[in-house]
Design a protein. Structure first.
Length: 227
């Protein structure tokens, strides 16, 4: 579906903000070395580096992360609820079968981060560098990506429900096999070279955003665009 004309452009509805207490306990010591079944509750993480690979069933609730590094961390079946990430390094973070609910992720580096076979709900990703990030086989519900670089990101076989991409760079992003009936592209998204364009059936694309999608559509239909 193509929205036509500026009058047809609807404002983007943001997910609810995470419920984080004003006063948090400063994280330190064992809070930085993630452990199996660890419970990390109402903590304030600053510019520290977290460590842990193959960590199972960790739980983070009502936490704030500011310039915190999760780079290269690997978590299985982790839960993040009511959390805020600001200016964090999430590059090559590996989350398998994880749950992220009630979250804001602002100005974070997410290059190569992998969220596989998990769930993301009520989340806002704002101004993040998430090129080569993977959301394969994930369920995303009530999620907004705003002003994010998602070049070559992978949404293969993802289930996208009420997901909005606003002003995002999605060059060569992969959507093969994704469910996208309630997905919206708006605010000048760059969809050049996007893959899996057949999965866009039912998605809503603002007229200005559709221009960059035409080349991928033409290639799929075997049409040569000249000139």
């Amino acid at each position: 579906m193509l929205d036509r004309g500026a009058a047809a452009v609807r404002p983007v509805k943001e997910p609810p903000r995470p419920r984080i207490p004003r006063t948090l306990t400063a994280a330190g010591g064992t809070d930085l070395e993630l452990a199996h079944d660890g419970a990390y509750l109402s903590l304030e993480y600053g510019p520290v580096r977290l460590s842990g690979t193959g960590v199972e069933d960790a739980e983070f609730e009502r936490c704030r992360f500011s310039e915190t590094s999760f780079a290269g961390v690997g978590l299985e079946r982790a839960t993040f609820a009511d959390v805020a990430f600001t200016g964090c390094d999430l590059a090559n973070l590996r989350l398998a079968n994880a749950r992220l609910a009630g979250a804001t992720v602002t100005g974070c580096r997410m290059t190569g981060a992998q969220f596989v076979e998990g769930g993301v709900r009520n989340a806002l990703f704002d101004g993040c560098r998430a090129d080569l990030a993977g959301f394969r086989f994930c369920t995303l519900r009530d999620v907004v990506f705003r002003d994010c670089n998602l070049s070559e990101a992978n949404f293969q076989n993802a289930d996208l429900r009420n997901v909005t991409f606003e002003g995002c760079k999605l060059v060569a992003a992969q959507f093969s096999g994704a469910k996208m009936a309630s997905v919206r592209f708006t605010g000048g998204c760059d969809l050049n070279g996007v893959r899996g364009v057949q999965s866009f059936a039912g998605a809503s694309v603002d007229a200005a955003d559709a221009i960059s999608l035409l080349t991928a559509l033409a290639a799929t239909l075997g049409i040569t665009v000249e000139g």
